[in-house]
Design a binder for this molecule. Structure first.
Ligand code: GCO
Length: 474
Protein backbone atom coordinates (compact mmCIF):
# COMPACT_ATOMS: atom_id res chain seq x y z
CA UNK A 1 0.00 0.00 0.00
CA UNK A 2 1.30 3.44 -0.79
CA UNK A 3 0.64 6.19 1.68
CA UNK A 4 -0.82 9.61 1.12
CA UNK A 5 2.64 11.09 1.50
CA UNK A 6 3.92 8.76 -1.21
CA UNK A 7 0.98 9.43 -3.52
CA UNK A 8 1.52 13.13 -3.12
CA UNK A 9 5.16 12.57 -3.81
CA UNK A 10 4.09 11.65 -7.33
CA UNK A 11 2.01 14.75 -7.71
CA UNK A 12 3.11 16.59 -4.65
CA UNK A 13 6.42 16.69 -2.94
CA UNK A 14 9.26 14.31 -2.25
CA UNK A 15 9.38 11.95 0.71
CA UNK A 16 13.13 11.95 0.77
CA UNK A 17 12.82 14.65 3.39
CA UNK A 18 11.72 12.02 5.87
CA UNK A 19 15.36 11.18 6.16
CA UNK A 20 16.27 14.76 6.94
CA UNK A 21 13.49 15.48 9.34
CA UNK A 22 13.30 16.63 12.09
CA UNK A 23 15.39 19.11 10.27
CA UNK A 24 17.35 22.21 10.72
CA UNK A 25 15.93 25.34 12.13
CA UNK A 26 16.37 28.35 9.94
CA UNK A 27 16.57 31.87 11.23
CA UNK A 28 13.40 33.76 10.46
CA UNK A 29 14.22 37.32 9.61
CA UNK A 30 10.60 38.46 9.47
CA UNK A 31 9.29 36.80 12.61
CA UNK A 32 10.26 39.60 14.96
CA UNK A 33 8.32 42.11 12.94
CA UNK A 34 5.28 39.85 12.88
CA UNK A 35 2.35 41.04 14.98
CA UNK A 36 -1.28 40.01 14.78
CA UNK A 37 -2.44 43.64 14.67
CA UNK A 38 -0.66 44.12 11.34
CA UNK A 39 -3.27 41.84 9.79
CA UNK A 40 -6.03 44.25 10.83
CA UNK A 41 -8.69 44.07 13.51
CA UNK A 42 -11.16 42.21 11.27
CA UNK A 43 -8.76 39.41 10.41
CA UNK A 44 -10.16 36.01 11.49
CA UNK A 45 -7.85 33.86 13.59
CA UNK A 46 -8.97 30.30 13.98
CA UNK A 47 -7.99 26.69 14.43
CA UNK A 48 -9.35 24.01 12.11
CA UNK A 49 -10.49 20.44 12.72
CA UNK A 50 -12.42 17.71 10.91
CA UNK A 51 -15.13 15.56 12.54
CA UNK A 52 -13.69 12.11 11.91
CA UNK A 53 -10.24 13.26 12.93
CA UNK A 54 -11.22 14.39 16.44
CA UNK A 55 -14.66 13.32 17.57
CA UNK A 56 -14.37 9.62 18.31
CA UNK A 57 -17.72 8.24 19.58
CA UNK A 58 -18.02 6.55 16.21
CA UNK A 59 -21.10 4.50 17.13
CA UNK A 60 -22.48 6.47 20.03
CA UNK A 61 -25.93 8.08 20.41
CA UNK A 62 -27.32 6.79 17.15
CA UNK A 63 -24.48 7.75 14.82
CA UNK A 64 -24.37 5.71 11.62
CA UNK A 65 -21.11 4.43 10.15
CA UNK A 66 -19.17 6.47 7.66
CA UNK A 67 -16.76 5.38 4.94
CA UNK A 68 -13.90 6.21 7.30
CA UNK A 69 -15.28 3.92 10.01
CA UNK A 70 -15.45 1.16 7.46
CA UNK A 71 -12.06 1.92 5.90
CA UNK A 72 -10.16 2.27 9.17
CA UNK A 73 -11.67 -1.00 10.40
CA UNK A 74 -10.35 -2.77 7.31
CA UNK A 75 -6.99 -4.45 7.77
CA UNK A 76 -3.85 -2.71 6.55
CA UNK A 77 -5.52 0.51 5.44
CA UNK A 78 -4.12 2.66 8.24
CA UNK A 79 -0.38 2.73 8.72
CA UNK A 80 -0.34 2.30 12.49
CA UNK A 81 -3.46 0.07 12.46
CA UNK A 82 -5.38 2.71 14.34
CA UNK A 83 -8.85 4.11 13.70
CA UNK A 84 -10.98 7.09 14.69
CA UNK A 85 -13.21 5.13 17.11
CA UNK A 86 -12.09 7.23 20.07
CA UNK A 87 -9.55 9.61 18.56
CA UNK A 88 -9.39 12.78 20.73
CA UNK A 89 -12.79 11.97 22.22
CA UNK A 90 -13.83 15.50 21.36
CA UNK A 91 -17.41 14.22 21.45
CA UNK A 92 -17.16 14.09 25.23
CA UNK A 93 -14.40 16.62 25.86
CA UNK A 94 -15.56 19.49 23.68
CA UNK A 95 -16.31 21.83 26.58
CA UNK A 96 -12.85 21.77 28.04
CA UNK A 97 -11.27 21.72 24.57
CA UNK A 98 -13.16 24.79 23.44
CA UNK A 99 -12.27 26.57 26.68
CA UNK A 100 -8.65 25.69 25.92
CA UNK A 101 -8.98 27.12 22.42
CA UNK A 102 -10.37 30.31 23.93
CA UNK A 103 -7.46 30.49 26.36
CA UNK A 104 -5.12 30.50 23.37
CA UNK A 105 -6.91 33.66 22.16
CA UNK A 106 -8.40 32.22 18.97
CA UNK A 107 -11.61 33.89 17.84
CA UNK A 108 -12.84 31.18 15.47
CA UNK A 109 -13.27 27.41 15.47
CA UNK A 110 -13.56 25.49 12.24
CA UNK A 111 -15.21 22.08 12.59
CA UNK A 112 -17.09 19.75 10.31
CA UNK A 113 -20.36 17.94 10.77
CA UNK A 114 -20.33 14.17 10.64
CA UNK A 115 -23.09 13.53 8.11
CA UNK A 116 -23.88 10.10 9.58
CA UNK A 117 -24.33 11.58 13.06
CA UNK A 118 -27.16 13.71 11.68
CA UNK A 119 -28.52 11.19 9.17
CA UNK A 120 -27.39 7.69 10.20
CA UNK A 121 -28.61 6.24 6.91
CA UNK A 122 -27.34 9.18 4.87
CA UNK A 123 -30.88 10.36 4.08
CA UNK A 124 -34.26 10.06 5.77
CA UNK A 125 -34.55 9.87 9.54
CA UNK A 126 -32.78 12.58 11.49
CA UNK A 127 -30.84 11.57 14.60
CA UNK A 128 -31.89 14.10 17.23
CA UNK A 129 -28.83 13.37 19.37
CA UNK A 130 -26.56 14.26 16.50
CA UNK A 131 -28.31 17.62 16.11
CA UNK A 132 -28.03 18.14 19.89
CA UNK A 133 -24.29 17.51 19.82
CA UNK A 134 -23.60 20.17 17.19
CA UNK A 135 -26.00 22.56 18.92
CA UNK A 136 -23.89 22.17 22.02
CA UNK A 137 -20.68 22.81 20.10
CA UNK A 138 -22.18 25.93 18.56
CA UNK A 139 -23.64 27.21 21.83
CA UNK A 140 -20.43 26.55 23.73
CA UNK A 141 -18.46 28.44 21.09
CA UNK A 142 -20.84 31.38 21.28
CA UNK A 143 -20.80 31.43 25.09
CA UNK A 144 -17.01 31.54 24.98
CA UNK A 145 -16.96 34.28 22.34
CA UNK A 146 -15.64 31.96 19.62
CA UNK A 147 -17.16 32.23 16.14
CA UNK A 148 -18.21 28.77 14.86
CA UNK A 149 -17.24 28.00 11.23
CA UNK A 150 -18.98 24.93 9.87
CA UNK A 151 -17.61 22.78 7.09
CA UNK A 152 -20.37 20.54 5.73
CA UNK A 153 -18.18 17.78 4.38
CA UNK A 154 -14.79 16.70 5.62
CA UNK A 155 -14.60 13.31 3.91
CA UNK A 156 -16.87 11.10 6.04
CA UNK A 157 -19.64 10.04 3.68
CA UNK A 158 -22.26 7.80 5.33
CA UNK A 159 -21.37 4.18 4.56
CA UNK A 160 -24.93 3.43 3.42
CA UNK A 161 -24.50 6.00 0.66
CA UNK A 162 -21.17 4.54 -0.39
CA UNK A 163 -22.95 1.23 -0.77
CA UNK A 164 -25.18 2.98 -3.31
CA UNK A 165 -22.18 4.24 -5.28
CA UNK A 166 -21.03 7.13 -3.11
CA UNK A 167 -19.58 10.16 -4.85
CA UNK A 168 -19.54 8.27 -8.14
CA UNK A 169 -23.36 8.11 -8.13
CA UNK A 170 -25.02 11.30 -9.34
CA UNK A 171 -27.71 10.79 -6.71
CA UNK A 172 -25.14 12.18 -4.25
CA UNK A 173 -26.22 15.65 -5.34
CA UNK A 174 -29.70 14.97 -3.95
CA UNK A 175 -28.35 13.26 -0.83
CA UNK A 176 -25.96 16.11 -0.15
CA UNK A 177 -28.66 18.70 -0.78
CA UNK A 178 -30.97 17.05 1.73
CA UNK A 179 -28.19 16.88 4.31
CA UNK A 180 -27.15 20.51 3.69
CA UNK A 181 -30.74 21.66 4.02
CA UNK A 182 -31.06 19.93 7.40
CA UNK A 183 -27.80 21.44 8.69
CA UNK A 184 -28.65 24.95 7.56
CA UNK A 185 -32.17 24.78 9.00
CA UNK A 186 -30.91 23.54 12.38
CA UNK A 187 -27.74 25.58 12.78
CA UNK A 188 -28.15 28.57 10.48
CA UNK A 189 -29.83 30.71 13.14
CA UNK A 190 -26.51 30.95 15.01
CA UNK A 191 -23.83 29.97 12.48
CA UNK A 192 -23.11 32.51 9.76
CA UNK A 193 -19.83 31.15 8.38
CA UNK A 194 -20.06 28.07 6.21
CA UNK A 195 -17.70 26.05 4.06
CA UNK A 196 -19.28 23.55 1.72
CA UNK A 197 -16.54 21.00 0.97
CA UNK A 198 -13.11 20.30 2.36
CA UNK A 199 -10.60 19.78 -0.45
CA UNK A 200 -12.71 18.05 -3.09
CA UNK A 201 -9.62 17.10 -5.09
CA UNK A 202 -8.19 15.21 -2.12
CA UNK A 203 -11.21 13.10 -1.31
CA UNK A 204 -11.97 12.30 -4.94
CA UNK A 205 -8.38 11.49 -5.96
CA UNK A 206 -7.18 9.77 -2.78
CA UNK A 207 -10.47 7.93 -2.29
CA UNK A 208 -11.49 6.94 -5.83
CA UNK A 209 -8.27 7.01 -7.89
CA UNK A 210 -5.29 6.29 -5.64
CA UNK A 211 -7.29 4.03 -3.32
CA UNK A 212 -5.39 5.12 -0.24
CA UNK A 213 -8.23 6.93 1.48
CA UNK A 214 -11.82 5.82 2.01
CA UNK A 215 -13.57 4.29 0.17
CA UNK A 216 -10.38 2.92 -1.38
CA UNK A 217 -11.11 2.63 -5.10
CA UNK A 218 -8.59 2.80 -7.92
CA UNK A 219 -10.75 3.75 -10.83
CA UNK A 220 -10.37 6.59 -13.28
CA UNK A 221 -14.09 6.42 -14.07
CA UNK A 222 -15.17 6.62 -10.46
CA UNK A 223 -12.68 9.44 -9.95
CA UNK A 224 -13.99 11.51 -12.85
CA UNK A 225 -17.61 10.88 -11.90
CA UNK A 226 -16.92 11.87 -8.32
CA UNK A 227 -15.11 15.04 -9.42
CA UNK A 228 -18.13 16.18 -11.38
CA UNK A 229 -20.58 15.24 -8.64
CA UNK A 230 -18.49 16.94 -5.96
CA UNK A 231 -18.34 20.07 -8.12
CA UNK A 232 -22.14 19.97 -8.48
CA UNK A 233 -22.51 19.55 -4.70
CA UNK A 234 -20.14 22.42 -4.10
CA UNK A 235 -22.41 24.93 -5.84
CA UNK A 236 -25.68 23.23 -4.78
CA UNK A 237 -24.52 23.43 -1.15
CA UNK A 238 -23.71 27.12 -1.61
CA UNK A 239 -27.19 27.82 -2.97
CA UNK A 240 -28.87 25.96 -0.09
CA UNK A 241 -26.91 27.91 2.51
CA UNK A 242 -27.80 31.17 0.73
CA UNK A 243 -31.47 30.21 0.75
CA UNK A 244 -31.67 29.16 4.39
CA UNK A 245 -29.16 31.24 6.33
CA UNK A 246 -29.63 34.96 6.70
CA UNK A 247 -26.42 36.99 6.27
CA UNK A 248 -24.43 33.86 5.56
CA UNK A 249 -20.76 34.08 4.69
CA UNK A 250 -20.32 31.17 2.27
CA UNK A 251 -17.15 29.55 1.05
CA UNK A 252 -15.63 26.26 0.08
CA UNK A 253 -12.06 25.04 0.43
CA UNK A 254 -9.41 23.94 -2.04
CA UNK A 255 -6.05 22.31 -1.56
CA UNK A 256 -3.59 24.23 -3.69
CA UNK A 257 0.13 24.35 -4.39
CA UNK A 258 2.44 26.78 -6.04
CA UNK A 259 3.94 25.03 -9.07
CA UNK A 260 7.49 25.73 -10.16
CA UNK A 261 9.27 24.24 -13.16
CA UNK A 262 12.30 22.04 -12.82
CA UNK A 263 13.88 23.33 -16.03
CA UNK A 264 12.87 26.21 -18.19
CA UNK A 265 12.14 24.03 -21.22
CA UNK A 266 8.81 23.87 -23.06
CA UNK A 267 8.02 20.29 -22.05
CA UNK A 268 8.69 21.10 -18.39
CA UNK A 269 6.42 24.12 -18.62
CA UNK A 270 3.72 21.99 -20.20
CA UNK A 271 4.07 19.38 -17.45
CA UNK A 272 3.73 22.09 -14.81
CA UNK A 273 0.67 23.48 -16.55
CA UNK A 274 -0.97 20.05 -16.42
CA UNK A 275 -0.23 19.79 -12.71
CA UNK A 276 -1.58 23.28 -12.18
CA UNK A 277 -4.78 22.38 -14.04
CA UNK A 278 -5.32 19.31 -11.88
CA UNK A 279 -4.29 20.74 -8.55
CA UNK A 280 -5.26 24.40 -8.70
CA UNK A 281 -7.86 24.85 -11.44
CA UNK A 282 -10.09 21.79 -11.49
CA UNK A 283 -12.59 22.90 -8.84
CA UNK A 284 -12.43 26.68 -8.87
CA UNK A 285 -12.88 27.25 -12.60
CA UNK A 286 -16.28 25.56 -12.93
CA UNK A 287 -17.51 27.67 -9.99
CA UNK A 288 -16.49 30.79 -11.87
CA UNK A 289 -18.25 29.65 -15.03
CA UNK A 290 -15.02 28.73 -16.81
CA UNK A 291 -15.79 25.01 -17.06
CA UNK A 292 -13.21 22.28 -16.46
CA UNK A 293 -9.61 22.82 -17.67
CA UNK A 294 -10.03 20.25 -20.43
CA UNK A 295 -7.75 22.01 -22.94
CA UNK A 296 -4.75 21.62 -20.67
CA UNK A 297 -5.76 18.19 -19.38
CA UNK A 298 -7.36 16.27 -22.28
CA UNK A 299 -8.15 13.21 -20.14
CA UNK A 300 -10.83 15.29 -18.42
CA UNK A 301 -12.84 14.90 -21.65
CA UNK A 302 -13.70 11.44 -20.34
CA UNK A 303 -15.80 13.28 -17.79
CA UNK A 304 -18.23 14.32 -20.52
CA UNK A 305 -20.26 11.14 -20.09
CA UNK A 306 -21.18 12.27 -16.59
CA UNK A 307 -22.14 15.80 -17.59
CA UNK A 308 -25.81 16.45 -18.33
CA UNK A 309 -27.34 19.36 -20.24
CA UNK A 310 -27.50 22.43 -18.00
CA UNK A 311 -24.76 21.20 -15.65
CA UNK A 312 -22.22 23.86 -16.57
CA UNK A 313 -24.69 26.49 -15.44
CA UNK A 314 -25.35 24.57 -12.21
CA UNK A 315 -21.63 24.42 -11.39
CA UNK A 316 -21.51 28.19 -10.92
CA UNK A 317 -21.91 29.84 -7.56
CA UNK A 318 -21.02 33.25 -6.25
CA UNK A 319 -19.02 32.33 -3.14
CA UNK A 320 -18.32 35.04 -0.58
CA UNK A 321 -14.90 33.59 0.03
CA UNK A 322 -12.60 30.86 -1.15
CA UNK A 323 -10.70 28.86 1.47
CA UNK A 324 -7.19 28.02 0.36
CA UNK A 325 -5.33 25.18 2.06
CA UNK A 326 -1.65 25.13 1.39
CA UNK A 327 0.95 22.67 2.59
CA UNK A 328 3.71 22.31 -0.02
CA UNK A 329 4.86 23.42 -3.44
CA UNK A 330 5.34 21.29 -6.50
CA UNK A 331 8.23 21.32 -8.95
CA UNK A 332 6.87 19.98 -12.18
CA UNK A 333 8.59 17.74 -14.68
CA UNK A 334 7.35 15.42 -17.44
CA UNK A 335 6.74 11.77 -16.56
CA UNK A 336 5.05 8.63 -17.84
CA UNK A 337 2.38 8.64 -15.15
CA UNK A 338 -0.86 7.96 -17.05
CA UNK A 339 -3.26 10.82 -17.77
CA UNK A 340 -1.32 13.54 -16.03
CA UNK A 341 2.09 12.77 -17.62
CA UNK A 342 3.83 14.97 -15.10
CA UNK A 343 5.25 14.62 -11.63
CA UNK A 344 6.94 16.46 -8.87
CA UNK A 345 10.69 16.70 -8.49
CA UNK A 346 12.91 17.44 -5.52
CA UNK A 347 14.02 20.99 -4.87
CA UNK A 348 17.50 21.65 -6.17
CA UNK A 349 19.12 23.09 -3.12
CA UNK A 350 20.33 21.34 0.04
CA UNK A 351 19.17 23.46 2.92
CA UNK A 352 15.55 22.44 2.50
CA UNK A 353 13.43 21.54 5.46
CA UNK A 354 10.73 18.89 5.22
CA UNK A 355 7.85 18.05 7.53
CA UNK A 356 7.33 14.51 8.81
CA UNK A 357 4.92 14.03 5.90
CA UNK A 358 7.89 14.64 3.62
CA UNK A 359 6.40 17.93 2.49
CA UNK A 360 8.81 20.74 1.69
CA UNK A 361 8.59 23.77 3.94
CA UNK A 362 8.31 26.57 1.40
CA UNK A 363 6.68 29.64 2.96
CA UNK A 364 6.95 31.77 -0.21
CA UNK A 365 4.61 29.24 -1.80
CA UNK A 366 1.66 30.58 0.17
CA UNK A 367 2.35 34.12 -1.05
CA UNK A 368 2.70 32.93 -4.63
CA UNK A 369 -0.42 30.79 -4.50
CA UNK A 370 -2.42 33.72 -3.12
CA UNK A 371 -1.10 35.86 -5.96
CA UNK A 372 -2.02 33.15 -8.44
CA UNK A 373 -5.60 32.78 -7.14
CA UNK A 374 -6.01 36.55 -6.85
CA UNK A 375 -6.10 36.61 -10.67
CA UNK A 376 -9.55 35.04 -10.42
CA UNK A 377 -12.55 37.20 -9.60
CA UNK A 378 -12.75 36.04 -5.98
CA UNK A 379 -14.11 38.42 -3.36
CA UNK A 380 -12.15 37.23 -0.38
CA UNK A 381 -9.71 34.51 0.63
CA UNK A 382 -9.35 32.64 3.88
CA UNK A 383 -6.38 30.44 4.53
CA UNK A 384 -8.65 27.70 5.76
CA UNK A 385 -5.77 25.31 6.62
CA UNK A 386 -2.03 25.52 6.93
CA UNK A 387 0.26 23.71 9.33
CA UNK A 388 2.92 21.07 9.70
CA UNK A 389 3.53 17.60 11.09
CA UNK A 390 6.70 17.50 13.13
CA UNK A 391 7.98 15.12 15.74
CA UNK A 392 7.16 16.46 19.22
CA UNK A 393 9.54 16.48 22.09
CA UNK A 394 7.53 16.00 25.29
CA UNK A 395 9.36 16.92 28.47
CA UNK A 396 7.10 16.66 31.50
CA UNK A 397 4.38 19.24 31.06
CA UNK A 398 6.00 20.88 28.05
CA UNK A 399 6.08 20.13 24.38
CA UNK A 400 8.80 21.98 22.57
CA UNK A 401 8.06 22.27 18.87
CA UNK A 402 10.38 25.00 17.60
CA UNK A 403 10.03 23.89 13.99
CA UNK A 404 6.27 24.26 14.10
CA UNK A 405 6.57 27.70 15.75
CA UNK A 406 8.91 28.77 13.02
CA UNK A 407 6.71 27.26 10.33
CA UNK A 408 3.74 29.34 11.46
CA UNK A 409 5.85 32.49 11.71
CA UNK A 410 7.28 32.08 8.25
CA UNK A 411 3.98 31.25 6.57
CA UNK A 412 2.18 34.07 8.38
CA UNK A 413 4.87 36.54 7.29
CA UNK A 414 4.14 35.57 3.70
CA UNK A 415 0.40 35.93 4.18
CA UNK A 416 0.95 39.36 5.66
CA UNK A 417 3.03 40.26 2.63
CA UNK A 418 0.15 39.15 0.39
CA UNK A 419 -2.25 41.28 2.39
CA UNK A 420 0.06 44.26 2.19
CA UNK A 421 0.19 43.72 -1.57
CA UNK A 422 -3.56 44.22 -1.72
CA UNK A 423 -4.68 40.58 -1.91
CA UNK A 424 -7.95 40.25 0.04
CA UNK A 425 -6.88 37.52 2.44
CA UNK A 426 -8.85 37.99 5.62
CA UNK A 427 -8.43 34.95 7.80
CA UNK A 428 -6.14 32.14 8.89
CA UNK A 429 -7.03 28.75 10.35
CA UNK A 430 -4.13 26.80 11.77
CA UNK A 431 -4.17 23.10 11.01
CA UNK A 432 -4.75 21.84 13.58
CA UNK A 433 -6.06 22.43 17.07
CA UNK A 434 -5.26 19.06 18.71
CA UNK A 435 -3.07 16.19 17.45
CA UNK A 436 -5.52 13.84 15.82
CA UNK A 437 -6.19 11.02 13.38
CA UNK A 438 -4.26 11.88 10.24
CA UNK A 439 -6.22 9.62 7.89
CA UNK A 440 -4.20 6.72 6.46
CA UNK A 441 -1.16 7.92 8.42
CA UNK A 442 -2.92 7.25 11.73
CA UNK A 443 -1.75 9.11 14.84
CA UNK A 444 1.95 9.32 14.09
CA UNK A 445 1.70 12.56 12.15
CA UNK A 446 1.18 15.27 14.72
CA UNK A 447 -0.10 18.59 13.44
CA UNK A 448 -1.62 19.99 16.64
CA UNK A 449 -0.74 23.15 18.49
CA UNK A 450 -2.06 21.11 21.41
CA UNK A 451 -0.47 17.74 22.09
CA UNK A 452 -2.72 14.79 22.78
CA UNK A 453 -1.84 11.46 24.29
CA UNK A 454 -4.48 9.12 22.90
CA UNK A 455 -3.84 6.59 25.69
CA UNK A 456 -5.09 8.93 28.40
CA UNK A 457 -6.49 11.89 26.44
CA UNK A 458 -4.16 14.27 28.20
CA UNK A 459 -3.79 17.58 26.39
CA UNK A 460 -0.62 19.65 26.65
CA UNK A 461 -0.43 23.01 24.94
CA UNK A 462 2.68 22.93 22.76
CA UNK A 463 5.06 25.85 22.47
CA UNK A 464 3.35 26.64 19.15
CA UNK A 465 0.02 26.97 20.99
CA UNK A 466 1.66 29.24 23.53
CA UNK A 467 3.20 31.21 20.70
CA UNK A 468 -0.28 31.79 19.22
CA UNK A 469 -1.58 32.72 22.65
CA UNK A 470 0.96 35.47 22.98
CA UNK A 471 0.87 36.51 19.32
CA UNK A 472 -2.92 36.88 19.39
CA UNK A 473 -2.93 38.78 22.67
CA UNK A 474 -1.05 41.75 21.24
C1 GCO B 1 -6.46 17.82 4.36
C2 GCO B 1 -7.41 17.82 5.43
C3 GCO B 1 -6.87 17.64 6.78
C4 GCO B 1 -5.49 17.04 6.94
C5 GCO B 1 -4.40 18.05 6.77
C6 GCO B 1 -3.01 17.52 7.04
O1 GCO B 1 -6.19 18.86 3.86
O2 GCO B 1 -5.97 16.78 4.02
O3 GCO B 1 -8.27 18.92 5.37
O4 GCO B 1 -7.84 16.78 7.24
O5 GCO B 1 -5.39 16.46 8.17
O6 GCO B 1 -4.38 18.53 5.48
O7 GCO B 1 -2.62 16.58 6.11
Amino acid sequence: MITRAQFLSLLGTSISGLLLSPGKLFADRNAEALAAKLFGSNFIWGAATGAYQIEGAFNVDGKGLSIWDDFSHTKRKIKDRSDGDVSCDFYHKYREDLALLKSLNFGAFRFSIAWSRILPEGTGTINRKGIDFYNQIIDTCLELGIEPWICLYHWDLPQTLEEKGGWANREVVNWFSEYSRICTLHFGDRVKNWMVLNEPLSFTSLGYLAGIHAPGYKSINKFLASVHHAALCQSAGGRIIRENVKQANIGTTFSCSWIDVKKSKPKFHKASERLDALINRLFIEPVLGLGYPTDTLPFLKKMEKFIQPGDLEKLKFDFDFIGLQNYFRIIGKPSLIPFIRAKNDKPDYNDVQFTDMGWEVYPEGIFKILQRFAKYPVKEFMISENGAAFYDNVTGENVHDPMRVQYFQQYLSQILKAKQNGIPVNGYFAWTFIDNFEWAEGYKMRYGIVYNDIQNQKRIVKDSGLWFQSFLSQ
